[in-house]
Ligand binder design. Structure first.
Ligand SMILES: *Cc1c(COP(=O)(O)O)cnc(C)c1O
Length: 442
C-alpha cells in the first residue's frame, strides 16, 4: 500500500508531468479536457502518486469511481485471477457466472424487495440509454421527463437529458426528441425560498407534465437522488417522495440515476433509501467496480423482461474482468462497512465545512450527504455565482497537492468525493489545505 501522506517534491505539476502534458496536447484531441495535469504513476487508498514523485490527497476518486480505494487489493486479486482465466466471450454468445453474480448482487442491494432483473453495460450513459429503452418498451409511451441541473451523460440521448449546455451539449445538436424538462427542487436557489421549495417545485412538476406532456404519454421521470455534475443539489425534503407517489398514480416510471450516488457514497447503498423511494428502474456505474468500466440497469422484473429477446446487450457489456472487479468491490463495501465509512467522512467533513462557511461568506451553501459533500460559492450575501473564485480555490488546492473537483450549472461548486477508505489524518490534512486556499482567496 502506498504511504498515506501528502508529500510534494516538485511544484505541481512537476517537470515530468509537464513533459507528458506537452505530448498529450500534441496527440490527444483538445476536446478531452484536463482538470489537473499531473500524470499518475500509482494510486492507492486516499493518495495519488504522480510521475514526479508527488503524493497528492485524492478528494475526487476519479469522479466517485474508486470508492473502495484505487487498486484496492481485493479488486486487484479478483482482476488478476479473472484475466488469467478468460478475458471475453460476449455474454450474448456464451455466458459466465460472474455476470449472473453481479446481477444477483444488484437485485439484492438496490432499494425494494420486489422481484428484480438486471442488465450490464459499459458506461453510465449507456445504462441511462438502456433504462429509457426499457421504460418506453415496457410502458408503450415515449416521453421522458428530466430535471433542471441534471446530468445523465454525453451520448445523443443522454445529452438530451442533460441540462447543461457548456461543455456537454454545445454545438452537438440536434438532440433526441421526446425529452421534457422540469424544475428541480433546489432549495438554495428556489425563487420562493427554501421553505416553499418542495411544495412549489412539486406543483410546477405536475403542471408541466400535465400541460406539456400529458400524463398518459409519459414513460418515465429520470432523476438523480442527489444531483452530481449539477452541483450536489439535494432535492428539498419530501420532494422526490411526492414525485414518485404521483408518478405511480399515473403509470409513469421513476428511473433513479444512482450512477454517482450509488454504492455507499451517500452513507447508504443507494441514495434513494434516505428519500424513502423505491424506483422502478435504477442506473448504476462509477463506484460499482473499483475503477473498471461497468454499468447496470436494475429494475422490476416485469419491466426488465418486457423488452423482446435480443433488445438489450452489447459486445462488451458485463465484461468478465469488470464483473470480477465489481464482485470484489461489493464484497469490500460489505465487509469493511463502507456505508458506515461514508457517514463517518461526513461527520468529519461537515463541521469543518460549516466552520469554513462561518468564516467565509463567499460560501452560500454547504450540502450533500455522506462522502458526497459540496460548498457553493457566491458573492457574499447574494446568490450570484462566483465561478472565478471557485476555480481559483480549486487551483490553489491542486498546487498544494489536494485533488478537488468543481461542479454546478454555474461552475461555482467545490465538490468532495473522497475514497471511502481515506484515513482521518489524510482527510484532516486535505481540509487544512482547503482552509488555507479559502484564506488566500478571501
Ligand atoms: C457520470 C454520470 C453519468 C454518465 O456516466 P458515464 O460512465 O460517464 O457515461 C450519468 N449519470 C450520472 C448521475 C453521472 O454522474
Amino acid at each position: 500500500m502506498i504511504e498515506q501522506k501528502r508529500a510534494l517534491v516538485t511544484e505541481v505539476p512537476g517537470p515530468r508531468s509537464r513533459e507528458l502534458h506537452a505530448r498529450k496536447t500534441a496527440a490527444v484531441s483538445a476536446a478531452v479536457g484536463t482538470t489537473l495535469p499531473v500524470y499518475v504513476e500509482r494510486a492507492g487508498g486516499g493518495v495519488v502518486v504522480d510521475v514526479d514523485g508527488n503524493h497528492l490527497i485524492d478528494l475526487g476518486s476519479g469522479i466517485a469511481v474508486t470508492s473502495v480505494g484505487n487498486a484496492n487489493p481485493r479488486v486487484v486479486e479478483a482482476v488478476q485471477r479473472q484475466v488469467a482465466d478468460f478475458t471475453h466471450t460476449c455474454v450474448m454468445i456464451t455466458p459466465y457466472e460472474e455476470y449472473v453474480a453481479v446481477a444477483e448482487a444488484l437485485n439484492e442491494l438496490t432499494p425494494g424487495d420486489h422481484e428484480k432483473r438486471s442488465a450490464l453495460f459499459n458506461s453510465g450513459a449507456e445504462a441511462v440509454e438502456n433504462a429509457v429503452k426499457i421504460a418506453r418498451a415496457a410502458t408503450g409511451r415515449q416521453a421522458i421527463v428530466a430535471f433542471d441541473h441534471a446530468y445523465h451523460g454525453r451520448t445523443n440521448l443522454t445529452m438530451a437529458l442533460t441540462a447543461k449546455n457548456m461543455p456537454y451539449k454545445h454545438h452537438f445538436g440536434p438532440f433526441a426528441g421526446e425529452v421534457y424538462r422540469v424544475p428541480m427542487a433546489y432549495p438554495f436557489r428556489w425563487p420562493g425560498g427554501a421553505e416553499h421549495c418542495a411544495d412549489e417545485a412539486f406543483a410546477a412538476f405536475t403542471e408541466l407534465v400535465h400541460t406539456q406532456v400529458g400524463e398518459e404519454n409519459a414513460a418515465a421521470v429520470i432523476v438523480e437522488p442527489i444531483q452530481g455534475e449539477g452541483g450536489f443539489v439535494v432535492p428539498a425534503p419530501g420532494f422526490l417522495a411526492r414525485v414518485a407517489e404521483w408518478c405511480a398514480g399515473h403509470g409513469i416510471l421513476v428511473i433513479a440515476d444512482e450512477i454517482q450516488t450509488g454504492f455507499c457514497r451517500t452513507g447508504d447503498w443507494f441514495a434513494c433509501e434516505a428519500e424513502g423511494i423505491v424506483p422502478d428502474l435504477i442506473t448504476t456505474a462509477k463506484g460499482i467496480a473499483g475503477g473498471l468500466p461497468l454499468a447496470a440497469v436494475t429494475g422490476r422484473a416485469e419491466l426488465m423482461d418486457a423488452v423482446h429477446t435480443g433488445g438489450l446487450g452489447g459486445t462488451y457489456g458485463g465484461n468478465p474482468i469488470a464483473c470480477a472487479a465489481a464482485l470484489a468491490a461489493i464484497e469490500t463495501m460489505r465487509i469493511d462497512d463502507l456505508c458506515g465509512a461514508a457517514r463517518h467522512i461526513e461527520s468529519v467533513m461537515r463541521p469543518r465545512l460549516a466552520a469554513l462557511a462561518q468564516r467565509h461568506p463567499v460560501i452560500g451553501d454547504v450540502r450533500g450527504r455522506g462522502a458526497m459533500l459540496a460548498v457553493e460559492l457566491v458573492e457574499p450575501g447574494t446568490r450570484e455565482p462566483d465561478p472565478a473564485r471557485t476555480a481559483a480555490i480549486a487551483a490553489a488546492c491542486h498546487r498544494e497537492g489536494v485533488i478537488v473537483l468543481t461542479a454546478g450549472t454555474f461552475g461555482n461548486v467545490l465538490r468532495f468525493l473522497p475514497p471511502l477508505v481515506i484515513g482521518d489524518d489524510l482527510l484532516g490534512e486535505a481540509l487544512d489545505v482547503l482552509d488555507a486556499a479559502f484564506a488566500a482567496n478571501a
